[in-house]
Ligand binder design. Structure first.
Ligand SMILES: [Fe+2]
Ligand SMILES: [Fe+2]
Length: 319
């Protein structure tokens, strides 16, 4: 767990030791630090039901639509997303990272609405899909997420595959993984898959050898025991095995709509795994409030600060 108002990690420290403080000033002979300042938000679940026709509900969406009417629709507030983006702009970030679930039912109108909201924010984004962005088969076969957010998933790829993609920003490389697969009703599981894991392993190996700060983005928590059954990452053991062998400096996820701090073993040091809550949550129960995390990352280390919605603003909170 993190302690205090902010947390820092020294990268590539001895495994099992607690994260250390960053050196205040690098030695003069070191190469220049090319840090990236970004915020992590997730599960914004922006809703737009305009133009929806009855036949759009002739599938799993009918259970999701009922859930929206009864519960989910009251738990999110798009106005809080605007406040989060304003806070991010005020913090002077270079980029905003969204770890999935931008929509609710994978409706075409929702994808268009979410893209318009992101564009209106006037910030640079990196996004990956969540299970709600692959809610039904037709959304996946039509590649609705890719059609609307390809510009925010720009980067290097292996074997022509859409995922993972890698975005280099100075010393930092984001590696965007997809766990989004259509599932049956009342099932919110995700899967990375063998082939994507092979490409992920190759990227982690290459970027690790290059000395980059590797930040893996994944919607589902990749740590055992975090998610309930039928909500979990099915192949989290295989994902953890790749991290154990090739390492990473930070793993960011969403999906749980609550803040979660955990670790996965790496080859030389434990890898921090940080889950942020839904950034449009109306809930006020501890850990489930709308929240965003600010990161300052470079090859030298990672600094993290947490901001939690108090009903009026995103206020600094113990990390
Ligand atoms: Fe979600
Ligand atoms: Fe999710």
């Amino acid at each position: 767990m993190f302690a205090g108002p902010a947390a820092c990690y020294n990268l590539r420290g001895p495994r099992g030791e607690p994260p250390g403080r960053l050196a205040a000033r690098p030695p003069p002979t070191d190469p220049p630090v090319m840090s990236l300042r970004f915020v992590h938000v997730s599960d914004i679940h922006l809703l737009d039901l305009q133009g929806v026709r009855p036949w759009h509900y002739l599938n799993k969406r009918i259970t999701g639509r009922i859930n929206l009417a009864l519960r989910r629709g009251h738990q999110h507030d798009g106005a809080i997303f605007e406040a989060a983006m304003a806070r991010a702009a005020g913090l002077g970030v270079d980029r905003v990272v969204i770890t999935g679930d931008l929509t609710n039912l994978s409706l075409p109108s929702e994808f268009a609405h979410a893209r318009a909201r992101l564009d209106a924010a006037g910030l640079a984004f990196t996004v990956i899909p969540g299970n709600h962005d692959a809610y039904v088969e037709e959304a996946v076969t039509g590649d609705l997420f890719g059609q609307h957010f390809r510009a925010y998933m720009d980067g290097e790829r292996r074997d022509g595959a859409a995922f993972p993609f890698a975005q280099r920003h100075g010393d930092v490389v984001f590696i965007g993984v997809s766990t989004a697969v259509p599932t049956v009703a009342f099932d919110a599981t995700g899967i990375v898959g063998h082939q994507q894991l092979e490409r992920l392993a190759a990227m982690l190996s290459e970027f690790g050898a290059a000395g980059l700060c590797r930040v893996v983005l994944i919607h589902h928590p990749p740590v055992e025991g975090v998610s309930k059954p039928r909500h979990e990452l099915v192949d989290l053991a295989e994902f953890a095995a790749v991290v154990a062998r090739f390492g990473a400096e930070l793993i960011l996820h969403g999906h749980e709509h609550r803040r979660v701090q955990s670790f996965l073993p790496g080859p030389r040091a434990d890898v921090p795994v940080s889950g942020i809550g839904s950034t449009t949550s109306r809930l006020s129960s501890p850990g489930r409030e709308a929240s965003l995390a600010l990161y300052e990352a470079s090859a030298r280390g990672i600094h993290r600060e947490l901001f939690v919605w108090n009903g009026n603003a995103f206020a600094p909170a113990p990390a």
